[in-house]
Write a protein that binds this ligand. Structure first.
Ligand code: FE2
Ligand code: FE2
Length: 341
């Protein structure tokens, strides 16, 4: 890839940012929001991963569903002390900001080593959007004066493909649970509507990101020489184990005042109780995640590949828990009968 081509790509992305509207009208906002959630390829027939049509559809979907909101003009609502405390004490802010920063770097690094203009464009845009997420979060943190640990330096990954896989799979898992948690928070009404509305496009963007990742993965597998496939699949398994290990640990760091920050790497799974004052039943929460996942993907071309792993795991977990509850219910009934006999 020549430097000239690289510069042109960078200029295109910079262009997007410099053209974001400051004060879009309500009508423009509604149109943009609709376009970000609905997309279909005009191509007739199947979109088979590995074909030009599928690759182009993947890149077009990502580019044409772009939402041009601008983090610098987000009106952050004033909060009452109780809500403010609820938000500032969530154990996620350091990790959320750093995750977006890492995602940007890893996606940009992966995009940089690609030659295919469609895939390169889509993943570069994804990196750009991660940076915008970081900006949204940084502005929130600043506005509500949330104490933060200093950000560690963001290092270029040594194994670019591995780092991209880690970020992609991690987004697939986190987004699936975050969709449910977000709906739970919206229903419970513990957070002001303005904040929910601010994060709604961010949530939908994550849905587009994982849609892109699932299609990139299908494309990457389809065009890969067959002899490379076993090693790649072993790396995928390695990534999944790495994520499992990472999610089982809490992250501890210290801020400028020496105050310890304990962050939950697995908040999207463990954080339900912070979103509502009602008791959250595991099965109901998983069913909510599944419904939200379905709803958020419903507007995109059904011929594009969907991320399947987290929904499949959730369905299996629901079945297992229901079976366990039935078994336990039976045992309790038998015990009660034995006591009364
Ligand atoms: Fe993000
Ligand atoms: Fe993302």
């Amino acid at each position: 890839m020549s430097d000239v081509k690289k510069n042109t790509d960078k200029k295109t992305l910079a262009d997007i940012y410099s053209h974001l509207p400051d004060q879009p009208s309500e009508k423009t906002l509604a149109e943009v929001d609709y376009q970000a959630r609905h997309w279909s390829s005009p191509v007739k027939g199947p979109l088979k991963p590995g074909t030009q049509e599928h690759k182009k559809a993947m890149a077009d979907m990502f580019r044409e569903t772009f939402n041009p909101y601008k983090p610098s003009v987000i009106p952050w609502p004033e909060l009452d002390p109780e809500t403010l405390h609820r938000i500032t004490s969530l154990p996620i802010w350091d990790i959320a900001v750093q995750t977006e920063g890492k995602a940007r770097l890893r996606m940009a690094a992966y995009a940089d080593m690609l030659d295919d203009p469609d895939v390169k464009d889509a993943i570069s845009r994804n990196a750009w959007e991660e940076n915008r997420h970081k900006e949204v979060l940084s502005r929130l943190v600043e506005f509500y004066k949330i104490p933060m640990a200093p950000e560690p330096p963001y290092k270029e990954p040594r194994d670019t493909e591995w780092a991209y896989l880690v970020t992609g799979f991690s987004e697939c898992w986190d987004s699936f649970f975050a969709f449910g948690l977000f709906a739970l928070a919206e229903r419970a009404g513990l957070f002001p509507m303005e904040l929910i509305e601010t994060f709604e496009p961010v949530m939908q963007e994550e849905c587009r990101h994982i849609l892109l990742f699932a299609n990139w993965l299908a494309y990457h597998r389809a065009v890969m020489p067959f002899w490379k496939r076993p090693w790649f699949e072993m790396r995928v398994i390695g990534v999944l184990f790495f994520l499992l290990y990472e999610r089982m640990s809490l992250v501890r760091s210290f801020d400028d005042q020496g105050i310890e920050h304990t962050q939950d790497n697995n908040f999207t799974v463990t954080g339900a109780q912070s979103m509502t004052d009602q008791n959250v039943d595991f099965v109901e929460l998983m069913e909510l995640c599944l419904r939200e996942d379905e709803r958020r993907f419903s507007g995109y071309d059904p011929r594009l590949v969907r991320p399947k792993m987290a929904p499949m795991a959730a369905r299996a977990a629901i079945k297992a828990v229901k079976f366990w509850r039935k078994l336990r219910g039976k045992n309790q009934e038998e015990n009660a009968e034995a006591v009364s006999a």
